[in-house]
Design a protein around this ligand. Structure first.
Ligand code: PGA
Length: 245
């Protein structure tokens, strides 16, 4: 695992945006695994700027997103389809037909099966972007005694519902289940890039970068089994974690 410690969160976003632009320039028809949440938003802004400046062309890129809430339609401003359109796809020259976000409405088991098929359609992701939950979750694979390898319906933990309630009017509005890629889907990607910032992520990142322990109670720790993982954190978070480059 490569751990990159940057001067600031903005520098972390620039680092990851550069990685993605370099990949797309090298392989214009690459497949990207994308993530939602607050953390990648400024990184997506940098991709938009690079695209508008003519530095990167997304016209042949395919994308698959990690997850989607169950029970809210894609027109809902907290659905992850809405998030991706609003924060990235509407502002770059990607063909939306080449972007996939799991369906939140309808038969959840069928929606999970469709996500599972999309993870491998045309080959696995060249790069999978990840955030991390305060409890170490990646996508919506929650810290628990058991993790799942494939796409499935996950019941969100109290910690995740609490963390995500900042995006909703009230906590009761946060969906309690989601469709998510499984751990095997994430580990199948050729390269995994995880970006984290903020004190709330201290314990999760400590469990990821400070030792070789793998535990289902910090799902991100399974990334230690992958050959090509880049964890990008700012100096402030590295100091809280006690990580020395
Ligand atoms: P955040 O979420 O970027 O909003 O902190 C990350 C996650 O839960 O994976």
């Amino acid at each position: 695992m490569k751990v990159v410690v940057t001067e600031s969160y903005d520098a972390s976003c620039a680092y990851v945006a550069d990685m993605i632009c370099n990949l797309v320039n090298e392989k214009p028809n690459c497949k990207l695994g994308l993530a939602t949440g607050g953390t990648p938003v400024p990184m997506y802004q940098k991709l938009i700027e690079a695209n508008k400046a003519g530095k990167v062309d997304f016209s042949q890129v395919h994308t698959v997103n990690l997850d989607e809430y169950c029970g809210i339609p894609e027109t809902h401003d907290q659905s992850y389809r809405y998030f991706m359109n609003h924060n990235l796809f509407d502002h770059i020259n990607i063909d939306k037909a080449n972007t996939y976000v799991a369906k939140g409405m309808g038969d959840s088991a069928a929606n999970a099966a469709e996500l599972e098929a999309k993870v491998r359609e045309g080959g696995v992701a060249d790069l999978q972007l990840l955030g991390i939950g305060n409890n170490g979750h990646i996508a919506f694979n929650e810290a628990s005694d058991v993790l799942h390898a494939t796409a499935h319906v996950e019941t969100l933990t109290e910690s995740t519902i609490q963390a995500n309630s900042r995006f909703f009017e009230k906590k009761e509005d946060v969906p309690t289940t989601a469709i998510t890629m499984g751990m095997g889907d994430i580990l199948a990607a050729k390269c995994v890039v995880l970006i984290a910032t903020g004190a709330a992520k201290t314990d999760a990142i400590r469990g990821l970068v400070m030792d070789d322990v793998i535990t289902t109670h910090n799902p991100s720790s399974m990334l230690k089994m992958h050959e090509n993982v880049v964890v990008v954190i700012d100096k402030e978070l590295a100091d809280l974690v006690g990580y020395k480059a």
